[in-house]
Design a protein around this ligand. Sequence first.
Ligand SMILES: [Fe+2]
Length: 426
Amino acid sequence: MVVPSGYRPTRFELKNALLGNSRSRTGRALRKLPSKRRICETLAPMGPRRMSLVILVLTTALSSLAAAHYYLAKRLVLDSGLEGGLVPGLSAAIAVLGVGSILQPALERALPAPWFRIVSWPFLVWMGVFWIGLNVLWIAEGLGAMAGWVGLGPVAPGLRAAALWLLIGALAAWGLRGGLGPPRLERVEHTLPRWPGSLAGLRIVQISDVHIGPILGRRFLEDLVARVNALDADLVAITGDLVDGRVDQLQGDVTPLGELRAKHGVYFVTGNHDAYSGDEAWVAHLETLGIRVLRNRRDRIELAAGSFWLAGVDDHRGDWAAGSSEDLPRALEGWDPSEPLVLLAHDPSTFKRAHRRGIHLQLSGHTHGGQIWPFRWLVRLAVPWIEGCHEAGDSRLYVSRGTGFWGPPMRILSPAEITEHTLRAV
Ligand SMILES: [Fe+2]
């Protein structure tokens, strides 16, 4: 590679060069492959740094979780005025559920069916109860402080703990109803500035973040497929995070996907959870079910009234240990921006790069709309677009809140959705 003076290739560019790809993340041509020696020299110092970062993040996360569990146990059990064996019993239960919810992702992958489901249920429900409990406690502490400022006396500890448990239980039940209920149908009309009038009225039905895995299985998918087929779409787009688990664990559960119907095909792009679940094996399996997978490439969709491009990219964390696997330049290589193009990308963040290339519409998921309020404010730290329609220049983005859920089988103020997109011209 002829490296300009002072220019240091990114890890992505070096990886692509090794694989024989000729373009960088920004589409810049890599004019000559770097020598292997140079790559090793550049990558080698990253190992210990990355390892230290992982250890630091893990230690901080585990310490924070332990501290938060202690806080929850102190306020709801130790300070509750309860006596006898209930206090150590409830404290031990909180500790076991806390440790179990940390180990759950590993158990989910290690255990065969049906054990990975049986073991996951209590820990995933606890994860939701824990999050709701923390938020209820913070709000209660704030209200308690305000009551003190206006001269109101403290509530008796037993009454306070009982009221908090009741409120947390009610919110958890509400969340379970939202998580395990059917997804709602969102109908969205997009008026796209450069979309040709001949293709106006095109309908794409999007499902995203279904997360077939430890909780959701075949029955949920059968119902979902029936709902999608009833919409008689031109295209069906599945925008990633379809599964949490390996093919051998879940292939019976995903069989109903073979019944999905659309006039011009059913398409899929990978999400980060598909990558964690073994994306190569899943892509091969989905193709046996008649689902077309767009991995950094595009298809021309021919309709009677004209044609458009449907492009798709892998999630950018697909190969996170080695760098990015999203390759937008490759997916759009040779595309004339005057031709209409819809991009499928799991993570809305891809829109930062895609809108500069003039795509017409991007369909994404990933955020779950935060799933359990107020988690959306934490998601916002990582992804600028949480749900709904957004625009930059002439390009449009739609972010689905997701059709299933990840982790706790709960949703609060972020309902699951099946999205029917109708594309219109200005
Ligand atoms: Fe997801």
